[in-house]
Write a protein that binds this ligand. Structure first.
Ligand code: NAD
Length: 381
């Protein structure tokens, strides 16, 4: 079978779904790879680098969709992409099925099978295919780099001939994948890092990354975010009040806030309120990774950098992985390659869509003319 990789058409998107290294591995699984000309250029992968590993380059999207049996993409497909595909072909991409019901309907009516890389269950066996974690890791790292680019001072403390420089104080709110990556990066740059999460079980991970866990005096010192499947549950109003009280206390001392708090399927919880921004020092920076879901900060504007009345810089970019396209493409294409490995049990270049497999079932949102989202809960943890 042939795997086709189109050039991403979403404005500003620089990633590519398959890199030359992954194409080589996919060919070892028995597939032929076909890439649209220029698809990898913005991520640093030229047409020649694909040709060198035996990939065929084609000129134009129509021909690519015609010759490919499987399309591998980064961004969700456009409605017109389904019209180019005949029944039984497979689309693999980030898909966000809960937000893209119209695309699910199209997959159903056209008989195209869809594997949503954002629906890979968060279980140990599937970690190597977990594209959301790969992208969140990059976003967490990049959030700190972005903060550094906007902060007019050092992260690390220094004693210089011209005077003593105190280290920057960074607060990371939400210590999931993106938060932990942000903590690691901020600490590595020499900042004093604090982190808060509603899930008490992450305290150890926060501390092992060199940050101080911000603990709340609440219900026998337990944080309140009883988790299911690695995700937090919404906090009680009393807990939220305690949390906001703590943030108010911290706001005047903190130089950089990175917010990553997320509860799946909900708008981002508002945690860094306007009065906290007003209490921060001028030149402080907030990077809000939850901007796409409405933001954790009251003043965030998605896809923008805004400056508050008191001179606090608030960054709400939603495309951090695309801003590190080489790294993101490398990790995402590895996630896809692992998914393809599981879909190709005989390593014979033939995709076997085993709906009894929890991971494949969980990620499959449309199959043989039916919508298969949401999936049943996974049997294994
Ligand atoms: P995750 O589920 O691993 O982590 C989210 C964390 O937030 C969890 O640890 C959870 O316990 C915590 N949390 C939930 N409610 C909280 C609250 N009220 N207070 C404190 N912590 C709370 O998610 P992730 O994969 O790390 O992603 C984090 C965020 O980054 C998401 O919003 C995601 O959409 C976003 N993201 C943004 C970009 C970008 O370019 N801007 C890219 C990738 C991911």
């Amino acid at each position: 079978m042939r795997i086709g990789v189109p050039r991403e058409r979403y404005p500003g998107e620089r990633r590519v779904a398959i890199t030359p290294d992954s194409a080589l591995q996919l060919q070892k699984l028995g597939y032929n790879c076909v890439v649209e000309t220029g698809a990898g250029v913005e991520a640093g992968f030229s047409d020649d680098s694909f040709r060198e590993v035996g990939v065929t380059i084609v000129d134009g999207t129509d021909i690519l969709y015609e010759v490919a049996d499987i399309i591998a993409k980064v961004r969700p497909p456009e409605p017109s992409d389904f019209e180019r595909l005949s029944p039984g072909k497979t689309m693999i991409s980030l898909f966000y099925p809960a937000q893209n019901k119209h695309l699910l309907e199209q997959a159903k009516s056209t008989g195209v099978n869809v594997i949503a890389m954002d629906m890979v269950p968060r279980i140990s066996r599937a970690q190597k295919m977990d594209a959301l974690s790969s992208m969140a890791n990059i976003a967490g790292y990049r959030a700190v780099i972005e903060a550094g680019g906007n902060f007019g001072r050092f992260f690390t403390g220094q004693v210089t001939a011209a005077g003593k420089v105190p280290p920057a104080k960074v607060l990371v709110i939400g210590a999931g994948v993106a938060g932990l990556a942000a903590i690691g990066t901020a600490t590595a740059l020499g900042a004093i890092t604090y982190a808060f999460d509603v899930r008490p079980e992450v305290a150890e991970q926060i501390e092992s990354m060199g940050a101080e866990f911000v603990f709340l005096d609440f219900k026998d010192a337990q944080q309140d975010g009883a988790a299911t499947g690695g995700y937090a549950a919404p906090s009680s109003p009393e807990f939220r009040e305690k949390q906001l009280e703590k943030f108010r206390e911290l706001a005047p001392q903190i130089d950089i806030v990175i917010t990553t708090a997320l509860i799946p399927g909900r708008a981002a919880p508002k945690l860094w309120l306007a009065d906290m921004v007003a209490a921060m020092k001028p030149g402080s920076v907030i990077v809000d990774l939850a901007a796409e879901r409405g933001g954790n900060c009251d003043l965030t504007v998605a896809d923008s950098r805004v400056v508050s009345n008191n001179g606090v810089i608030i960054v709400g970019y939603t495309d951090f992985p695309s801003r590190m396209a080489a790294q993101s493409s490398t990790l995402y294409s590895t996630n896809i390659r692992h998914m393809m490995t599981d879909l190709t049990p005989a390593k014979d270049g033939r995709l076997v869509h085993n709906m009894e497999d929890d991971v494949i079932r969980g990620a499959t949102v449309a199959f043989e003319g039916a919508i298969t989202f949401p999936p049943p809960p996974p049997k294994i943890q």
